[in-house]
Design a protein. Structure first.
Length: 56
């Protein structure tokens, strides 16, 4: 694990270069098992997320 100073340098770099995570795809909560199957298949190129819907 890096130092606090290294973390700040990393965060500054991310902010300066406007880096964003690569999103592969999302799954609605009702399809969570499909999401796990997709991850297990190792086909993703980026992040996979679960959409829990809007807050009520």
């Amino acid at each position: 694990m890096g130092s606090r100073e290294e973390l700040h340098e990393l965060l500054d770099f991310i902010d300066k270069h406007q880096l964003k995570p690569l999103i592969d795809r999302g799954f609605p909560f009702e399809q969570i098992y499909k999401a796990f199957d997709y991850l297990e298949s190792q086909q993703q190129l980026g992040k996979v997320y679960i959409d829990f819907g809007k807050d009520k």
